[in-house]
Structures are given as structure tokens and as C-alpha cells.
Design a protein around this ligand. Sequence first.
Ligand code: DAH
Length: 365
Amino acid sequence: MNEAIPQLVNYDEPSLEAAFATLAEEVRAADTTDPEAFRLHWLGRKQGRLKLVSEAWLKSAPAEARKPLGIRFNQLKQQIEAALEAPAAKPAVAAVQGIDISLPGTFRAPGIPHPLLKTMQEIVAVFHHLGYSTNLGPQVESDFYNFEALNFPPNHPARDTQDTLVIANQQTRPSRDRLLMRTHTSPVQIRTMIEQGPPVRIVIPGKVHRNDAADATHSPIFHQVEGLCVDTNITFSDLKGTLDHAMKALFGSDVKTRFFPSFFPFTEPSADVQISCIFCGGKGCRKCKHSGWIELLGCGMVDPAVFAAVDEQRIAQGKEPAYSPEKITGFAFGMGVERIAMIQHGISDIGHFYSGDMRFLEQFA
Ligand code: DAH
């Protein structure tokens, strides 16, 4: 319902001023989200408020008041039309009062890369500078690529460390073809070597999945960067030199690395890499559990059984075998992006990365 037009008793300047100011304020405060409704309300031919104003005030105005009244009437009309042209911005105020340049402008915060993406790109960049290129693979992976070709035979106990979600209703398929959410980025090593012969120098960033309960340092979905270097004459010292360089590039040139014997089915020998604690410089603190060292990634020399699985597949696809362990050696490594980002930034709860809390994310802008 349109409100009635207020009565105009006097036509002197102050009365006109006050009457039109009330209407200007009404226009300014009006909802313009439905421009057609707004237009009808103010400019409708029969019942529009402007028409009512004209009938109530203009017709009975004394001759000397016509001019000041007309001027104000036109200003009001312009204000309404301006509001219609830019309903969202409501620039009608500007039409009457001028633009207040002291008010803050419309602010749109620019987007930033997520801190995890940033760290992932940093890691990848370190290896790009060493001549590596990037390869990607699917997150829904077959048992063959995720386990079998990487020398985890069916029922091997090493599979227990990487439990995952398995796609339903695949009992009729051979076990190697069954689909699952990949538990690591290592299957892309196999995909790459089946596709291309040596030399291979690649990094593989990506998302992986495990049946792990979420806590301060674990998440069932997380990210890894894998690396693979295969050529003639690749030795364990190449692996050590490469990873020592990468850790110094990521954490600062003071950082030291050390290698501990470990086990992965797809590398032999295998090692865990530790870096000197970046929080205490190796003296021992709570972050490094007073050992002076932080465990960061796994690595090793590619197991000949992996090369054999690759060549078998190449032959099955009509390609030349290319990975004879007599001629070809290689190393591989895999690291958790969350873990590295947490150490870089001193973050103690992995959940912050996924919470979408702007107070956390904005710190990385
Ligand atoms: N795939 C291993 C994991 O997810 C990490 C890893 C260890 C990758 C050693 C490698 C490697 O390529 O050589 O736990």
C-alpha cells in the first residue's frame, strides 16, 4: 500500500525543503531489488507517488511557489530515475547530495592460493629447477597400479599400512582391476614408466586417501609429492644429494639431513629422511621430541621387481621392454605436503587446513 502524501500547508522555502527531504529519504531507503516494483511505486502513471505528489502539491500551489516546487519535483524525479538505473548501488543519494569521497569504496578481497597448494607448488618448483617435470594421475586407481605393480602382492602385510576406501560391487572383477581411492601418489610412477622409457625425471603432486582416523596430525584425505628419477648409473648418492638439496631449498641452507634404514615394498634399499629440527637448530625441543631431528619423508632405490612389473605391462601393450635392472637404476621418494606445510609455518593441527576458517587462511595472503 502506498502511504498517503503528507499535506503541504505552507509553500514557503523551509516547508518545501522539509517536505521534499522526507520524500528524498523515502527514495533513498527504498528497496530497489525489484526494479519494476520500485518503478511502479514511484513513477506509475495513475497511483505512482510522484503522480500523487503532483496532484496534492503542484495543482494547488500559489503562483509564486510553482517554480521552487517544480525544481524540487524534478530533482526528486531524477533521484528516482538514477536509483532505477543502478538499483544495487543506489546512487540516488549522490544525485541529490553529491558523492561523499571520504566513505570507503567497495572492497573485494583478492583470492589467494590455499597454504597447502602454495607448499605443494614450492616443492614442485624445487624439482623443476633440477630438470624434473610434473605428471598427474587419477585418484580412483586400480589395485594393480596402487599395490600390485609396486610390489605389494595380494594379502601382503604392507597393505595394512595403507587401508583405503574400495569402490563397491567389484567382486566379479579380477583383484588387480578392482578400483579404490589411491593411498599414495606412487602409482603414477608405474603409469609413467609404462608410457615412456628412461630417462625419467618427474614429480607427482596430488591428493591421496587412507582409512585413518582424523587427529591433530592425520587426515583421511591428504596430499603428497612423489618423485622418480630413472636413468643409467643412478646411485644412492644421487638420491642423497638430491634430497639434501631439496630440504635446504625448502627449509633453509642450515638444515642438515640424515638417512635411516626403512622399508617400502617398491624400493630396495629404502630409507626415511630426517632433517635437523628447524625450531631448535638440533639442540632438542618439544617439537622434535628432544631428539634434534624431524622425520620428513620416505625414499629408496627403485626395486627391480617394480621395473619387472613395468616391462611386463609394456610388453603386454606391444611396447619394447625398457627397464632392464642390469642397465637401468633409479630412485624414488614421497613426502606429505601437510606435514611439510605444518613444519614450515609452525601449525600444530592439520584440521586448520580444511576448516575453511578465514582467520586462519588470511594469514597466508
Ligand atoms: N608411497 C609412500 C607412502 O605413501 C611414500 C614413499 C616412500 C614414496 C618411498 C616413494 C618412496 O616413492 O620411494 O607412504
